[in-house]
Design a binder for this molecule. Structure first.
Ligand SMILES: [Zn+2]
Length: 491
């Protein structure tokens, strides 16, 4: 027996001995932790309620409902850009599915922008070392909200900068009349460590700010290196913004490979690009959030939100972003119905509309329910794909860490025991968590999520059925726990 193992058995022996509490141990010491594991408290729940959570967990792993619903939402209904006919079809379909489960459905009207993608092409027309009379294709996509170039496109020299700092160092008027490409790299190493959301957060600043920064310096169009992790020459779309008083110039995202190509060629001499983007901003459209209540038996006015966003980008069918979040939330209601569980408080499924273009649905909810947020005991959102969850992100009162501990034990058998405090738990639930409602989200494996995020490859096959079930388990267990606890989650 190694010394380390010998030491371990000594610890176990001392933890099991009757005199283990003779002196108060440090609560983080191995002895104290082993003692805790041997004397687990169900916390705010009875042993029967803990058993219900275990039943929900196991059912979520084995019940095909979430996967079947995802297949329909993605393959049959298709891409769901807010304002599009498909997004509206999805609203009606989800409402009908929820009615079929016996939930009380409310269609909450909200108005969203209606941006429609047009033609999007680019090619290099001049560069050092080119073969005369040829062009070189550049793979790109328009950024959401972008204005159009003239129908026949524009042709101009391209300037490449790696960062805002590089841009600042350029001589005055360098970008005037040109196409400015921001070549900020997505940090793949950070994403590979499971910190994909942090890598995204850094690079996405450029996607959002590029048009305003470039226009302020006189650029006539702007491009960003795609914000994403894979190398299959896929452009990643996403929202961009125009500062109120700066001129609006067309904005697109080129693939990582094309950004590297243009960067290399511009380092050798002048490069000309012909760029055509013809999206259209049409009149705003009235659409809706879908709200479906599984009514509480003792405090129906007290509400736990379990949610995802129903809209997607238009390049693909939005399986990981965020069809998965929708169907794992639907599964929470389905399993309560199937297992005949009726918690004390209301479990409220919400399919948010238009997270991608500005969270208009979430803003409408925050306004419509402003007077009822005191009665919201928690809000859960899944919007980081369907990768294996390792636990629960949470935000709320100081006592929430301790309150959640029994859930960690319920979720440990599926590899999801972690409880991590986070500053944010979801874009759509931000407006309620900002008002003090405790927020929750599955901690999803984000190592591969940004390979497909906002690309033409965000399709049904990217979702692993087992992992989708694990996410559904986290959602269902957390929703039930919040809705049925003896005391509400500490705010
Ligand atoms: Zn999303």
């Amino acid at each position: 027996m190694s010394r380390m193992l010998f030491g371990f058995w000594l610890l176990v022996a001392s933890a099991l001995s009757p005199c283990m509490f003779a002196q108060t141990p440090d609560p983080q010491s191995p002895q104290a932790r082993i003692a805790q594991m041997l004397n687990e408290s169900p916390g705010a729940w009875t042993p029967e309620q803990i058993a219900n959570m275990e039943r929900l967990r196991d059912a979520a792993l084995n019940d095909p409902y979430a996967l079947t619903e995802l297949r329909h939402l993605t393959d049959n209904i298709g891409p769901r850009l807010a304002g599009s006919p498909q997004a509206q079809h999805a609203v009606e379909w989800v409402a009908e599915e929820m009615r079929a489960l016996g939930a009380t459905v409310t269609i909450e009207k909200t108005t969203v922008p209606h941006w429609v993608r047009g033609e999007e092409t680019a090619e290099l027309t001049a560069w050092p070392g080119m073969t005369p009379k040829t062009t070189q294709k550049i793979v790109l996509t328009a950024l959401g909200g972008s204005v159009a170039t003239p129908k026949d496109g524009i042709t101009a020299p391209v300037i490449v900068v790696d960062s805002f700092a590089d841009l600042k160092a350029l001589p005055k008027d360098t970008v005037k009349g040109k196409i400015l490409l921001f070549n900020e790299r997505f940090d793949k190493e950070l994403a590979a460590q499971g910190r994909g959301d942090e890598a995204y957060g850094e690079a996405v600043m450029y996607r959002g700010a590029a048009p305003s920064v470039a226009a302020s310096l006189g650029a006539i169009a702007t491009l960003v290196r795609s914000v994403g992790g894979a190398d299959y020459r896929l452009p990643h779309t996403g929202m961009t913004y125009y500062a109120p008083r700066s001129p609006k110039i067309p904005a697109g995202a080129v693939t990582a490979e094309d950004a590297d190509l243009v960067k290399n060629l511009t380092s050798q001499g002048e490069v000309q690009m012909h760029l055509t983007l013809t999206p259209e901003q049409q009149a705003p459209v009235e659409t809706a959030n879908v709200i479906a209540d599984w009514k509480g038996t003792e405090h129906p006015e007290q509400v736990v939100i379990v949610s995802g966003h129903l809209d997607s980008w238009d390049l693909a069918t939005g399986a990981i972003d965020d069809g998965a979040g929708i169907v794992v939330s639907m599964q929470a209601i389905h399993l309560l119905q199937k297992l005949g569980m009726h918690p004390k408080r209301t479990v409220r499924f919400v399919a948010w509309m238009d997270e991608e273009q500005g969270s208009y649905g979430a803003q409408t909810y925050a306004k419509d329910y402003a007077g009822e947020l005191q009665n919201h005991v928690g809000a859960i959102e899944s919007d980081l794909g369907a990768g294996h969850p390792t636990g629960i992100y949470f935000q709320g009162g100081a006592a929430l860490d301790e309150w959640l501990k029994p859930l960690s034990r319920v979720l440990a058998p599926i590899g999801a025991p972690l409880l991590e405090r986070s500053a944010e738990t979801g874009e759509d639930i931000n407006s309620v968590t900002e008002k003090g409602v405790p927020g929750f989200a599955p901690i999803q494996d984000s190592r591969y999520y940004f390979n497909y995020h906002h690309t033409a490859a965000d399709t049904f096959d990217k979702v692993n059925p087992r992992e989708l079930g694990e996410n559904a388990a986290v959602m269902a267990v957390t929703a039930y726990a919040l809705a049925d606890a003896a005391t509400p989650a500490p705010r």
